[in-house]
Write a protein that binds this ligand. Structure first.
Ligand SMILES: Cc1ncc(COP(=O)(O)O)c(C=O)c1O
Length: 379
């Protein structure tokens, strides 16, 4: 049996008939930028997230960059974020001239450790960015308490957490603004590149709407130096179709996660992901830890099971950020975790048989290789 890491063909097979007529209509009308599908998608996505506004943009990295730009992050400003995230979170800060400041993650949920945030705050801190990694919302009460007390806005990187909940609140509704990615492999993925910002701050929303379109609200009249980062009509139409399915897809991911957790819970050789009791995750990724990870990954591949690493190098150890001067050992949890993490196949279309096949093989491969639970100890 082959188990791909992700199966977008299966997803599209089921909904292609709904997307294609919309694309045909867009071709007929040659209305590729803006228009009713974008308006409808923005409205519906904002509702799904519990935010007043949604602004569609070119991709998730742009979404974050536009937020930082609109918040006035610039040269000399610092933005606090976890060391274990995709580089886009940091790039978006660097591209507006700011400096990412990394902090370690919690050993259980792998989201930003609020206890480490306070020590990283300086007079230059302009934003705090919790990343809702792997589809689980960060410890938002603690992060927002710090942000409110210190007067620092909190921006959610929700690229991996569409519809994820924290104490009944949706990702994208808690900070001053949130950036979403609709990269094809995300829980809500476009048929190409796309992203969005959600916010309930009307002034910020108006500024970001201008920024995405060359700093303009009226053709050839420019209030700000902006970007060209619009979400096109073809993507908006596809996203609108997919959004209808997203609650069911999220539930299917949760059912798959339950199956994995049930199958693997007794294994001494596997450290399973921890679900925060305040969270309803959407399982963008199902990330476990094992010893001798590279060998396990190779063996699984030879048996037809594709896995991935999220992420093999924490941001402070990336060459791109060497100039920031962080040393190895700066963030022990992120560093220890990097050596052991392994992302298993996870998507709505994954079958119970495929999950059993993955688990049976995994159990065989980790037998006799117990792992210390809690990476802080191993770090
Ligand atoms: C945590 C995180 N932030 C930001 C991004 C950037 O999104 P995009 O690839 O759409 O630019 C991604 C996805 O790639 C991500 O996983």
């Amino acid at each position: 049996m082959d188990v791909p890491f992700l199966d977008l063909k299966a997803q599209h097979q089921a909904i292609k008939d709904k997307i294609l007529p919309k694309w045909e209509e867009i071709l007929e009308n040659a209305a590729f930028v803006g228009g009713p599908y974008l308006d409808a998608f923005e409205k519906r996505f904002a509702e799904h997230c519990g935010a007043d506004e949604c602004i569609g943009v070119g991709n998730g990295t742009d979404a974050l960059q536009l937020i930082f730009d609109a918040l006035g992050v610039g040269h000399g400003d610092e933005v606090i974020m976890p060391a274990n995230t995709f580089i886009a979170t940091a790039e978006a800060v660097s591209k507006v001239g700011g400096t990412p400041v990394f902090v370690d993650v919690k050993p259980d949920t792998y989201n930003i450790d609020p206890e480490k945030i306070e020590a990283a705050i300086t007079p230059k801190t302009k934003c705090i960015v919790p990343v809702h990694l792997y589809g689980q919302v960060a410890d938002m009460d603690a992060v927002l308490e710090i942000g409110n007390r210190r007067g620092i806005p909190v921006v959610e990187d929700s690229a991996q957490a569409h519809l994820a909940e924290y104490k009944g609140r949706r990702a994208g509704s808690m900070g001053i603004a949130a950036g979403f990615s609709f990269y094809p492999g995300k829980n809500l993925g476009a048929c190409g590149e796309a992203g969005a910002i959600t916010t309930s701050d009307a002034t910020l929303a108006a500024s970001i709407r201008q920024l995405r379109d060359h700093g303009s609200s009226q053709k050839y009249v420019h209030q700000q130096i902006g970007y060209n980062s619009r979400l096109d009509a073809l993507q908006a139409a596809a996203l609108l179709v997919k959004l209808d399915h997203l609650p069911a897809w999220s539930e299917a991911r949760r059912a798959n996660a339950r199956l994995y957790l049930g199958q693997l819970e007794a294994e001494e050789g596997i450290c399973l992901p921890t679900v925060d009791r305040d969270c309803l995750p959407v399982w963008h990724l199902f990330v476990i830890q094992v010893e001798d990870r590279n060998a396990v990954q190779r063996e699984l591949r030879d048996r037809g099971i594709a896995t991935a690493l999220h992420y093999p190098i924490p941001l402070h150890m990336q060459e791109a950020y060497r100039h920031l001067g962080y040393e190895r050992g700066a963030f022990p949890v992120s560093e220890a975790y990097t050596e052991r993490l392994l992302s298993l196949p996870m998507y709505a279309e994954l079958t119970a048989d495929q999950i059993h096949f993955v688990c049976d093989n995994l159990k065989e491969l980790v037998a006799g290789k117990p792992i210390t639970k809690g990476v802080a100890l191993a770090g």
